[in-house]
Design a protein around this ligand. Sequence first.
Ligand code: FES
Ligand SMILES: [Fe+2]
Length: 397
Amino acid sequence: MDTRQMDVAEDDDQVRVIEAAPPSHRYARGWHCLGLADSFKDGRPHAIHAFGTKLVVFQGESGKLNILSAYCPHMGGDLSEGMVKGEEIACPFHDWRWGGDGKCTLIPYARYVPPRARTRAWPAMERNQQLLVWNDPENGAPDPSIIPDLAETFAGGWSKLHWKSEVMETNVRELIDNMSDLAHFFYVHGEGKQGAPSYFRNIFDGQVGYQYMEFHQKGTVLRHDPAVPFTGPVDDLVPGNFRSEGVYYGPSYMINPQWRNGLPGEGQIESLLFNCHYPITPHSFMLHVGAIVKDDPRLTPAQNAARAEMIAARLTGAFYQDVHIWKTKTRIDNPLLCHADGPMYQLRRWHNQFYCDVADIDPLMTKRFEWTADLSYANEVWERQAAENREREASSK
Ligand code: FES
Ligand SMILES: [Fe+2]
């Protein structure tokens, strides 16, 4: 008899009750991506619902992108309904002009501007072809260096940036939890019929969170020593095998290089995913998924572009497999974990550093933490389950 089953049966009067406090109305301190920078460069003001309020993004004459609170402090007009005039945004209600630094520069019908006429300007930064905004409930100075600058990658040899944005009607913690939830990759992301994670490692260190993962198809051999973090390309040419290094820089901006063996004839695929988001309310967030694909030198530019488009669609699509789960699951503060699950509580502890005052950050939140999964048992089971799933699918056809 399976002894693990017996342990459970012996104290079956103990029922685990799900705890779920409402999500905080405080929004994470850090850089958040609002979208592709170019999408804001059309000379018009853009409304963004974020951080429980409304922002306006506009490009002044000089080309600089600015982010202000959308509501005008004069009488509450909505600046995102206004017009860009020179370097300023003009309110649609009484035409007060607001500069990118938040200062009122002109009230056309008044001789003087009140010296304290100032609205909230949100620090903005263009990086990796995206527009980022800095949120800090304590109004601390932003640190641009936390977000890697991939200017070299964007300079050539890679596809254009493919981009998809969608509002998710849930608290962003559901997405963050993915970082440590290794089993769902098998059960939710389609690998239940093909392969399974054969290597999984989390590191939380300072403001950076890592998820290293490797997937191998059934019957293939893991080449590297699981104790050694992998680098570089996938080396055994089995379609579907891949390596992924997802790294969160701060609370909401992940860069995720991936190396994958494509379908027969596709060769090796090197790609880079951006997974970034901003909160709209405590119960919703905007998810952006971007992808660029490294050119295959054997192909023409047109062929590379078509290949990248197809691959990017495949990569960005995988993200949306979580959405159905999020729609139907409940929030849970006290997940009941087993030894084969990832370090969910340490992950949440790390992420909580972005939700408290800087002075209150517990050193444990930022202290380096490392965990590598022992998947020897799970991989045996997953191989069996994958075979069963394939059989079931074949017989239902
Ligand atoms: S409300 Fe904006 S100018 Fe009056
Ligand atoms: Fe997922």
